[in-house]
Design a protein around this ligand. Sequence first.
Ligand SMILES: [Zn+2]
Length: 277
Amino acid sequence: MSEIALPQHEIYAIRYARRDARRADHFVGGDPHDAPMPMDYFTWVIRDAERVVLVDTGFTAPVAKARKRQHLRCPIEALDLLGIAPESVREVVQTHLHYDHVGNFDKLPNARFHLTDREMAFATGRYMKYPKFRHSFEPDDVAGMVRLNFEGRVEFHDREAELAPGISLHPVGGHTPGLQVVRVSTARGHVVLASDAMHYYENWMTDRPFSTAWHLGDMVEAYRAVERLAASPRHVVPGHDPLVMRQYPPPRPELEGIVIRLDVEPSFMPSFGEERH
Ligand SMILES: [Zn+2]
């Protein structure tokens, strides 16, 4: 029996922003331990000899200022650190349309944007009149995505889809109705870029969802979906956890603290007192 070998993609995370926060900020219902729990912000790059795929596009410096986030670098300018010109990026996956995932789209003049129908419907629909739901969206970003659609540059997905051999999109919902995660073939097996299906390892490993939520049941089911898609728990990459910067190496020493490589084994895995696994 011969198997068709899947491409062995490289995956990188670019850390473009951070903020200070407390544990109680990150769990539905808060947390009894009053301790710091900072948050990192990432965009992800998938690359092989054939193509570059960007997963999410971060936010801009003005949005960082308005929302009191510490902007470290423009994630699109930072592509240069990996030898990638923004003009060369043809495919961008938007895991969802929250402000920290969808800014900067105007800096990618030749890209198509992959998005779920449900996410676009949510971001342009009835729930945006409620502060609870619109808080994490920037109207200019949402309008920008509508304009891109009018230019024929948005590819809609309403189910699992293969973007390229070894790169697939999987709608999971929960955090937002239209959230999708990305599964990527690598030399170490299938890695899942979980984005905001899980902000932190602890949300996932203790089944305690993050505080920004559309549907709590779907959120915990999304943890199970991510587990099924990944080769092992060591192949799951949470969307906002500073721990990943310590688990994975920079591609070059001078990129320490800025870029990490995710297609290699993590050096350790966290564990938590109330852990299920
Ligand atoms: Zn996010």
